[in-house]
Design a binder for this molecule. Structure first.
Ligand SMILES: C[S@@+](CC[C@H](N)C(=O)[O-])C[C@H]1O[C@@H](n2cnc3c(N)ncnc32)[C@H](O)[C@@H]1O
Length: 305
């Protein structure tokens, strides 16, 4: 799975696997037709994409999108010579460039980062594994977390940590980060985790003190909330009437935007009908098997004529 906050407990499995979260619920919500045309806008390691492909007949089509180059490698392995499937390395807000308007029967977004991204110390997402402080899903684009912390002033850093991490000690942490820069660039996850831990008073049980700061930086560096705002309208436009839009979110900041944007697409624009009055959440069995699923929420909508 996935889109987990960076505070993954130590006991979770490592390795290159990603257990797709809410797999059955997502597949049911897509109401897959064997000859339909589907988009998995967050391919990851292909857990959901493989399920979709398995339900398509010879006439079916799947477009998989991800901005991570390692997802591209995984897609090449999964799709091999399957002419029904193609992979596009792009941001999902660019969907409109790769999928024709009113052509898709379903679009799936499983937001956040994948387990292999979190677990690979070289990607710099996790305070549990020391590595370069990068955090970019697409390492070829934009500013790394280390570059941001080296460039931004204390006020900007505090704003990001407060808004995107909902961290009440944001000002204190930003002050400590700026002070730490005096003795050299904060270039590793381990150094940042140490600076934050020393700045935060007290301890929340079961939670590393840097959890919220890492979440905030990851969301900021990847412009995750901006991407969500942009993609929902584009995705609704890609759907043909009756087509399904399915979104799995992993924290309240994401889910709030999904909920409000879907509502606006329904009430203001009359573009979709929201199918989930309340979001679907994983069973306790799924959370036991895959703790990263614990905060997942699935919302679905259907494109109107
Ligand atoms: C939670 S994982 C998806 C896992 C996938 N459903 C699976 O079963 O393997 C999210 C993936 O979406 C990608 N991603 C996140 N935001 C993106 C964006 N704005 N554009 C393109 N890809 C994005 C990440 O690189 C990551 O691989």
């Amino acid at each position: 799975m996935t889109g987990a906050p960076n505070g993954v407990p130590m006991e979770e499995p490592r390795g290159g696997e990603h257990a797709p979260v809410l797999r059955n619920a997502a597949i049911d919500a897509l109401a897959i037709r064997a000859d339909g045309s589907y988009v998995d806008a967050t391919f990851g390691r292909g857990g959901h994409a493989g399920e979709i492909l398995g339900r398509l007949g010879e006439e079916g089509k799947l477009t998989a999108i991800d901005r991570d180059p390692e997802a591209e490698t995984a897609a090449a392995l999964l799709f091999q010579a399957d002419s029904r499937a193609r992979f596009v390395r792009a941001r999902f807000s660019e969907l409109g460039r790769h999928v024709e308007s009113a052509s898709a029967d379903g679009v799936l977004f499983d937001l956040g980062v994948s387990s292999p991204q979190l677990d690979d110390a070289r990607r710099g997402f996790s305070f549990l594994r020391d590595g370069p402080l990068d955090m970019r899903m697409d390492p070829d684009a934009g500013e790394s977390a280390a570059d941001f912390l080296a460039r931004a002033d204390e006020r900007e850093i505090a704003g990001v940590i407060a808004r995107l991490g909902e961290e009440r000690h944001a000002k204190r942490i930003a002050r400590a980060i700026v002070a730490a820069r005096a003795s050299g660039r904060i270039a590793t996850t381990g150094r940042l985790a140490g600076v934050v831990a020393a700045a935060v008073p007290g301890r929340e049980p079961g939670r590393h003190p840097a959890t919220r700061t890492f979440q905030a930086l990851r969301i900021h560096v990847n412009d995750e909330l901006g991407e969500i705002e942009r993609f929902l309208a584009v995705a609704a436009d890609c759907l043909r009437p009756g087509g399904r839009l399915v979104v799995i979110a992993f924290h309240s900041l994401e889910d709030r935007i999904v909920k409000h944007t879907l509502r606006a697409l329904q009430q203001r624009d009359g573009l979709v009908q929201v199918l989930t009055k309340r979001p679907l959440v994983p069973s306790s069995d799924e959370v036991d098997r895959n703790p990263r699923a614990r905060s997942a929420k699935l919302r679905a909508a259907e494109r109107m004529a």
